[in-house]
Design a protein around this ligand. Sequence first.
Ligand code: ZN
Length: 332
Amino acid sequence: MHDDALRALPKVELHCHLELTARHDLLKALLKAKGHSVDEAAFRRDFLITEPVEDLPTLLNIFLGHRDLLDSPEVVERMTYECCADMSANGVRLLELRYAPSFLCDAHAGMTPDNMHAAVMRGVQRAEQDFPMAVGLLCILQRIKTVEENRYWLDFAIEKKEDFLAIDLADNELAYGPETFVPLFDRAKSEGFAVTIHAGEAEGPQAARNIRNSIELLHADRIGHGVRILEDLDVLEFVRERGTVLELCPTSNWLSQVCPTREAHPFRQIMDAGIRTTVNTDDPGIMNIDIMDEYRLLRDAMGFTEAEFKQINQWGRDACFIPEARKAAVWP
Ligand SMILES: [Zn+2]
């Protein structure tokens, strides 16, 4: 498929962290407004992740650099709207955005969880008016926070049940296994939320087991990443039989050193093993990619055909948590 046809193909994006999607011109404008000079080389070094990063402090500093700039509801609304606009320009009809309400609010006195959420909703609603797309929100709980803190954010999501489709769990999956979070996800499920869990991404034998444990213990309807699934045949068979969809994010998986190059990503092997796979960006702004980059990678490095792209997006459409009537309105 040529780029134009590939761009026009109706797409589903299921795994995108809203806080890390800011356009570079937005970040640069915010830097200027704070009186910083904007040198291109320094910007790339301080704000983008374009090569695998070995040390965690560097990575953390880049995340915090974004967080510190995204300091008001106006900025959050603009970032949300522009993220949707960029996705729509690349053919995304169904978009799920996820965010951790604690992440930005922890740093900015002028932003409360309520007014930040309202800003996200305004951005989404404007985008849905302007573009042929449906957008859904997911609330992220963080493994690094205590169960008590996460219970607070789950209550926050329950209070806004009209706006959130699902609950996610992110951060270090090896240090913080699924067991601790069982009561929270029992509650999330009984409140009617869908569930997706970051699992099977980190290095180590436990990561693949986490995929199955997240489904069995935390009611995961989908798995964020799950790219380590080929490392455990029992887990592979379990997920294949259930038809659980994996939210694969090729560039992100390369940057977190799952594979030595982007081209060596095991996307095709996972799909050929009978697993339902989808293509996602994870953190497009910070990783300097858009969804078309991921499709081009599959086309050019892995030989994906139009029929295969349609199959992937059909799985994505089926597994998307947005209600069917809203899906049908933008993708008959
Ligand atoms: Zn993620």
